[in-house]
Ligand binder design. Sequence first.
Ligand SMILES: [Zn+2]
Length: 472
Amino acid sequence: MAEKGLSSIAALGYMNNRCGYCKRTDDGSPSYFVFCRSLTTDDYIDLMNRGWRRSGTYIYKPDVLHACCPHYTIRLDAQQFKPAKDQRQALNRWSKHILGEKYIHEAARLHPVSKEEKSRRKNEFDLVHSLHECESANVKRPPQPEHTFEVTLEPDTFTEEKYALYANYQRIVHREEPKSITRKGFKGFLCSSPLVREERNVSGRPQKLGSYHQCYRVDGRLVAMGVLDLLPDCVSAVYFMYFEDLNQWNFGKLGALRETALAVEGGYKYYYMGFYIHSCIKMRYKADYRPQYILDPETFAWTPLDDDMKKRLETRRYVSRSRDQRMGFDANTTPEEAGVKRIPGTEEHETSDETAPPSGKKRKTRPPKREKSLFKVKMPGVMAPEEVEASLDLGDMLLQTHIVPYPVPARYLVSWERGTASDTTSMKGAFAQVAAVLGPNVAKRVVMAMPPPTSDDYDEDDDEEDEEEEED
Ligand SMILES: [Zn+2]
């Protein structure tokens, strides 16, 4: 076990994974994978801001340069967000459905609003108010509304009620075979977060941190659920699901608005909607939430996901704004001029899933062959050996052995002094690679598990289908 307050991780390495977003199998979807026994929210937000994301008990950083469908990290400035017309309409329609015509008519008579309030509501749309007005606790009675609607934030534990919702969503929306939808799969993917749950005081108010399920109930029945990671300064959407009979209410939109409002009300500031894959048409809606920012894969600076950026993503498979600036590239630069791959035509993608990583649903149980050296891959956002050595003392990195119950500095390893950072066959080189992809801040704090986890640690979906897919 890791010391209290420290993340405990085991690096699995750089792997070429099957892409869940297109049918291509040639270059696939390579990522660097890490298994987490525990992960602090401080470490995770640092990692997210370097292009990482969580799937169950794993975190992974996609190789944006070499992927067939590059995954870009995006975030919405929730405080600055102004809902568009279609988003406001979705909210109003849902409110009307919950309250009912009869209630709205009667309530207007029994609980009149002042002229000032009326004109204020007409002139500016109040997202938080509009979201909460049809919730059971805020509905003025009498009269009785047509339905009761409640939204609660609950720990991410497994229940049969949640599983029934998940199974329906996977079957209907993702057209998944019923036999491949399992309780074990649901638990591993959405109910087994390694994030350390805690409560902190932020500007005098308690703030929840960790993994949660935001549950939407109508007349007591669980109809929708958002899986969320609450982190310092952000609400991160992991997954969202709703029952098929709610299809007409645009619940995907309602969920995103609700989660944006949570970021505002809870003082989290940003809303991370998962990766943005420009070549995936069904993901383009994420850019409709503005102001949206995209993470530069090389410098980790945030730049606006505006029309100019979209035009660059339209023609070039890999875009780094900082590189563009350095090289004098603009929205008219061709892939050949920039030396990157051309977008091979936009695909109608099989999976409509906004936030599910490719490894979430169709993860292979045994990782494919690893690349020997991460430094040779030329993956963006990975430090070179010299940069690693300049930014931290590798010997200080913490290691959990089986010999003593507490972590020890890596320099205690017998073979430590014989290796170099760039020799990835040595211990020092192995630690340098992990530090290069985690970044110096997280590398200085985490405890590295040794030896790497056995197959039991990551074998969550060992059902028949996966067994057949294994490559030895
Ligand atoms: Zn792809």
